[in-house]
Design a protein around this ligand. Structure first.
Ligand SMILES: *Cc1c(COP(=O)(O)O)cnc(C)c1O
Length: 229
């Protein structure tokens, strides 16, 4: 199946659900992103800043770019002029830097707080206590150029459907709790980004509003190494 065929399949499948599609194009060429764009896709996710910056420069301006991988503080400045959503905010320090760079660019940058839900220590993300600590901090309250629009999580890479489902449920419960406690009056706190190629169906069942799908659309990734990362 071609990239366009895969996209159409997902478009159909997601119709009538609450989930929108983030096409994860990391390690795939700009020409492949263009193929997806021509098939109607506008939202793309990337992991690495350098790769994202290179593609953004070559591709149409009406693409909505998300960064979904761990973001180093010193790289924020490269994406601040154009990034639409930073899905992987995992510290207050990073949030403060995003705010600073957003201000420089006279923008407000939307962010998701990435929550650690997996049973693997290789994954990034905030623990429950750290998440609450950020939302209660005085520093957070002063940040005028960022907007927290929801939460993101990555489930454990396991064959156990029950475990994945439990992790997504846990994240949904947390999302609902955070919404009523900290964002009661903020109608923009709406996004729950969960689900990838292997587990997006479970994620949608459990309340995902954003699925991040890479290999099922673009095919297998060949890992590339970027010097500056
Ligand atoms: C790579 C990646 C994806 C997409 O993974 P696939 O299994 O290829 O769908 C989704 N989310 C994050 C955070 C990723 O790093």
């Amino acid at each position: 199946m071609s990239i366009a065929d895969n996209l159409l399949k997902y478009k159909k499948e997601l119709e009538g659900t609450a989930a929108k599609l983030v096409a994860v194009s990391k390690f795939h060429e700009a020409s492949e992103v263009m193929e997806a764009y021509q098939a109607g896709q506008r939202v793309f996710g990337e992991n690495l800043v350098q790769e994202l910056v290179e593609k953004q420069a070559q591709l149409p301006d009406d693409i909505e770019w998300h960064i979904i991988g761990h973001l180093q503080t010193n790289k924020v400045k490269y994406i601040a002029p154009f990034i639409n959503l930073i899905e992987s905010v995992d510290s207050l320090k990073l949030l403060i830097e995003i705010n600073k760079q957003a201000l420089k660019n006279k923008r407000v940058i939307d962010c998701l707080l990435q929550v650690y839900i997996a049973d693997e220590d290789t994954k990034f993300g905030l623990g429950y206590d750290e998440l609450i600590e950020i939302l209660r901090s005085e520093e957070y309250a002063t940040l005028q150029n960022i907007r927290i629009v929801g939460l993101m999580g990555i489930a454990t890479n396991t064959q156990s459907e029950k475990q994945i489902r439990d992790e997504f449920q846990e994240l949904k419960v947390l999302f609902d709790g955070i919404k009523v406690t900290y964002f009661r009056k903020d109608d923009y706190f709406t996004e729950l980004s969960m689900g990838m190629s292997a587990d997006y169906k479970l994620a949608i069942d459990e309340g995902s509003t954003m699925v991040r799908i890479g290999s099922n659309i673009f095919g297998k990734r060949v890992i590339k190494h970027y010097k500056a990362e």
